[in-house]
Design a binder for this molecule. Structure first.
Ligand code: NAI
Ligand code: CS2
Length: 493
């Protein structure tokens, strides 16, 4: 049996199902990126609001590139899907009912997506399209005009392919119809994600229609957010477990996640917003301190464990945590090298680090190091390099961050410590392969990879202290392998 309105009544008591009248909900949020994370995060906040607080904010879910199967699943399941929180062997299920419409740009047609975004009721367009979806250069937070999607959208602004291009065209149609603007809210892991979104949207709009760009600048807000919940990609084994939790009912859009969830939102919306605070979100004036804390402490240590763990043969984050040296390295990275760079005032960073380590130990989560390792060219700047810059300014050492960056360099070299080839997933994969190909392994490889200016910018590669730190860490990894290197650096040997 498949999940649907009809089969909801077959679900066992362990699963929460929508108790509210779903037809009362209006899809006032169009969400771009119905992937794993959105299903377990923003949609769950909306579901709690509808269940416990009578909210009528519903979602129109959209995928533009990839994710055809998830949208089809929604369409076949009366727009229902389930989320399972897993804590070790303890699983809690919830069927989410806030989706009111589901569209895929390539399957259902871009016109239908634009029509939904340009409806009078649409108040917010939110995004979880991964760092790649913004088509930006992380070293400068500006638009990447060499990106093929952006080049296409400059030539065909009425038939856009990129997420920023689709947002611009929807806003153009609203303006033409005399409708007010919506707010654009990024929920991706980037520092100042609202500013990045604003930068790319305005820069792309300026390429084709200056008057529209001016209108967007005056009328649209781009609130920043800090989002947190660990939601690994689905696996057949997890799917099987969820089917068990659902008492045998199949849900092709099911997702599993950890119990923890956090959302800090800049309170800056032009056309209203749900009362997210009632579901536990924090609405603040300035999100940046929270974003930096999360990106450096959590995501920075995640990427460290992903590269060094993968090289050593650890498939999952909780396996890395089973190695005392890796756990110590992650803790020291957070507290000795990331925490001192932060401007958060009222957060106990030691307690925060301990809570992150406990979350990484969750044996219910099968979070692959390979998954976290992907798209490193878009992740390293905010997760490691910004902190390194702070240490360089103050003349402080950064041995674990250096090992993390060198770990990424070994990883993109394409061979792990067991001699197995690595399947690298990165938008700059071809460029990385070319740089690796033309450099001898060792200092030359490090210096060649440092020429990637979209990642390292202009100054770091010319900083002798930085270059030496990375070359030394890389040499250690080459000579002793990741496990030994982590052991030595974590223990200060
Ligand atoms: P996913 O792979 O399950 O979903 C990715 C989504 O992005 C899909 O809906 C896909 O259609 C869309 N997408 C990919 N490339 C695109 C492009 N070029 N243009 C437009 N749409 C595109 O990944 P997941 O787990 O949902 O993560 C997505 C993002 O959410 C992450 O990159 C991160 O920024 C953020 N996030 C993820 C967390 C997690 O634990 N999974 C937690 C916190 C934030
Ligand atoms: C991870 C994040 O895939 C990654 O790069 O570091 O998705 C991480 O799971 C989330 O940010 C947790 O909120």
């Amino acid at each position: 049996m498949q999940l649907s309105t009809q089969t909801l009544s077959h679900l066992t008591g362990r699963v929460t199902t929508p108790t509210y009248d779903r037809t009362r909900l209006t899809p006032r949020i169009v969400h771009l990126g119905f992937g794993a994370f959105h299903r377990a995060h923003q949609a769950v906040f909306a579901d709690i609001l509808a269940t416990d607080h009578g909210s009528d904010w519903g979602y129109c879910e959209v995928n533009l590139i990839g994710g055809e199967q998830q949208i089809a699943a929604l369409q076949q399941q009366d727009l229902l899907y389930s989320v399972c929180e897993m804590n070790g062997d303890h699983w809690n299920g919830r069927v989410v009912g806030v989706v009111r419409e589901a569209l895929h740009g390539a399957v259902d047609g871009l016109d239908r997506v634009l029509e939904a975004m340009a409806r009078p009721d649409t108040a917010i367009v939110s995004l979880t399209v991964t760092e790649k979806g913004y088509c930006y250069l992380p070293s400068s937070s500006s638009i990447d005009t060499d990106n093929p999607l952006i080049r296409h959208d400059i030539d065909h602004p009425r038939q856009p392919k990129s997420a920023p291009g689709v947002i611009i065209e929807a806003l153009r149609q609203r303006r033409e119809k005399g409708l007010p603007a919506f707010s654009v809210m990024s929920c991706d892991n980037m520092p100042e994600n609202g500013h990045v979104t604003r930068n790319v949207v305005l820069a792309l709009a300026r390429e084709t229609d200056g008057a529209l760009a001016d209108w967007i600048e005056r009328h649209v807000t781009f609130p920043s957010t800090m989002v947190d919940r660990i939601v690994p990609a689905m696996t057949p084994a997890t799917m099987e477990k969820i089917t068990g939790v659902l008492g045998g009912i199949q849900d092709a859009a099911a997702i599993a996640c950890e119990p923890f969830r956090q959302w800090v939102i800049e309170d800056n919306f032009v056309a209203g917003r749900p009362e997210w605070e009632k579901a536990g979100a924090e609405l603040v004036a300035d999100v940046l301190p929270y974003e930096e804390m999360k990106l450096r402490m959590l995501n920075g240590s995640h990427s460290f464990l992903a590269y060094l763990g993968y090289l050593a043969g650890y498939q999952y984050i909780n396996e890395c945590m089973g190695d005392d040296n890796y756990a110590l390295a992650a803790r020291r990275l957070m507290l000795d090298e990331q925490a001192p760079t932060l401007r958060t005032r009222d957060v106990d960073l030691t307690a925060y680090a301990e809570s992150l380590l406990a979350r990484y130990r969750n044996t219910g989560l099968k979070h692959r190091t390979w998954q976290i390792a992907m798209d490193g060219t878009l992740k390293l700047p905010q997760r490691m390099l910004d902190s390194i810059r702070a240490h360089l300014r103050q003349g402080k050492p950064f041995p674990l961050l250096a090992l993390g960056v060198a770990g990424w360099m070994r990883y993109v070299g394409g061979v792990d410590d067991q001699g197995q080839a690595i399947d690298i997933s990165d938008p700059q994969k071809d460029k990385l392969a070319a740089l690796v190909q033309r450099s001898a392994d060792g200092d030359e490889r490090v210096k060649t990879l440092l020429t990637l200016s979209s990642v390292f910018g202009a100054e770091l590669p010319n900083n002798a202290v930085f270059v030496k730190a990375i070359c030394d860490a890389y040499a250690l990894l080459r000579a002793q392998g990741a496990k030994q290197a982590v052991n030595r650096v974590a223990n200060g040997r």
